[in-house]
Design a protein around this ligand. Structure first.
Ligand code: DLL
Length: 440
């Protein structure tokens, strides 16, 4: 059964920009880039002073390649100008604020005019359509509502699509399952880690989720192996959705039915990949840090925002027909790396290693400690109830297999501890997988 409403079966009218011929798309991008640079230069003192330092005026931007001449914006700029220093619209025109605590310290504040909210809904509609979600679908929106952009972003997009949205927000798993069964939910939006929790609880309580067809999961990294587990165990298609508060929220990029990278809604967000150390723009296909420029944002335009997310741009033709370039799924951020005995480790590598071994559940926690001046890493991983009741010898074998799988990927031996099912805290929003106790 086909559930897609992409061409050739005709597409949702809002999706038309997804299929623009590249020259037309690039002309639109340049026109919008020039406008947004003018706006930011005129209204945001930081942009003006940084451009002036480089001898630039908005008139210097004559082609898309000139983006690379513009100064970067980084998260610290949002903190330093907290709360409203980067706004390019007067308060009377700002109709919504969101805030994100990020990983450390003071929150950052982001603002939207009504036109910005309309763009946000538009890209979310296009994202839903790309996942095969349409009018008639019942969407359980379990992203958190509030200052986090996930809840309201998916909410207004779902309504604008014409689907039925259940604004349940995150948490209260029992109620989530009741709603899923009783309201005939066909699509769910939440973090992949929370969906794992829902799935596990649904199986325990024998909740009927047979109508569920699609998951739109994002806000945190999740590996390909994690996706396979989710799809195999639930029978749904799990789509990756990307976004960040600074740019708009969810809906910057989405995986289409091909599930081969995330299309960036390039008519609103201009992507570049840079070398995180030198800031140089890297050629197409090279891995590096994603930098995004908002092309149509009014309240808070972002010029060359350094996301810290590591990926690569893919521009080969996609089977879905969209002309929008894609980014590879984001496995890591440049700042979530930690170093153990001189080896760079990303949590996503550990996840991949664990999920390659059968008999474990996709719930794990990484604990870093320092003993006698030496960094230690312990990986706690839950085993399935069947395995848990096995004899000690079998458990020891499993532990050895897991340690070998991690060593295979990281090149170092770390301690794996098997723990019983349900002993690792479940997340209702973004998962926190690493605890760093090294400074204690
Ligand atoms: O997480 C917006 C969002 C909500 C995206 C719901 C998708 C779904 P922030 O809280 O500002 O915004 O966090 C943004 O989360 O820079 C990435 O590091 C990470 N992230 C978001 N989506 C993905 C994804 C929202 N699909 C930060 N894969 C980003 C990997 C993701 N990381």
């Amino acid at each position: 059964m086909s559930t897609w409403n992409d061409p050739p079966g005709g597409f949702h009218p809002v999706s038309a920009p997804d299929y623009l011929p590249r020259p037309q798309l690039e002309a639109l991008q340049l026109q919008r880039l020039q406008q947004v640079v003018w706006r930011s230069y005129d209204r945001v003192p930081l942009t003006q002073s940084r451009m002036t330092e480089r001898g630039l005026t908005p008139a210097s931007i004559a082609s898309l390649a000139d983006v690379a001449r513009l100064p970067f914006t980084v998260k610290a700029d949002l903190r330093d100008t907290y709360p409203f220093g980067l706004f390019a619209s007067p308060m009377e025109q700002i109709v919504r604020l969101h805030a994100s605590s990020g990983t450390t310290g003071k929150p950052i504040v982001v603002a939207y005019t009504q036109a910005d909210l309309d763009v946000w809904s538009e890209v979310m509609v296009r994202a839903f359509v790309a996942c095969g979600v349409h009018r008639g679908d019942v969407i359980q929106n379990a992203y958190g509502y509030g200052l986090f952009t996930g809840g309201l972003g998916a909410h207004y997009g779902g309504e604008a699509l014409g689907a039925t949205v259940i604004p349940i927000s995150g948490g209260n798993t029992e109620r989530q399952l009741m709603v899923m069964a009783d309201f005939g939910v066909t699509a769910i939006c939440c973090t992949p880690s929370y969906f794992l929790h829902l799935l596990e609880s649904a199986k325990e309580t024998k909740t009927d989720f047979s109508k569920l067809r699609v998951g739109i999961f994002g806000a945190e990294p999740w590996s390909d192996s994690m996706r396979e587990r989710i799809q195999d165990e639930s029978g749904i298609r799990a789509h990756d959705i990307y976004g960040l508060s600074e740019i708009i929220g969810p809906g910057v990029g989405i995986e289409c039915r091909e599930q081969r990278g995330l299309h960036i809604f390039e008519d609103h967000f201009y992507p570049e990949i840079i070398d995180p150390d030198t800031g140089e723009v890297l050629p197409e296909g090279a891995e590096g840090e994603l930098v995004l420029t908002t092309l149509s944002k009014q309240a808070m335009p972002m010029i060359r925002y350094r996301t810290r997310d590591i990926t690569a741009l893919v521009s080969d033709k996609c089977g879905c027909g969209r002309t929008l370039r894609r980014i590879r799924r984001i496995g890591r951020r440049s700042d979530d790396m930690f170093i153990i005995r001189g080896v760079n480790v990303f949590p996503s590598q550990v996840e991949t290693a664990l999920l390659r071994v059968e008999g474990t559940l996709p719930h794990y926690a990484i604990v870093l400690t320092r003993e006698k001046g030496l960094d230690q890493m312990e990986v706690k991983v839950e085993v399935t109830p069947e395995v848990f009741s096995d004899e000690i010898r079998k458990l020891e074998e499993l532990q050895t297999r897991l340690e070998a799988s991690i060593e295979n990927i990281l090149g170092i031996r770390v301690k794996v501890t098997l723990v019983q099912p349900r002993s690792i805290a479940r997340s209702e929003g973004k998962a926190k997988r690493v605890t760093d106790n090294r400074s204690q």
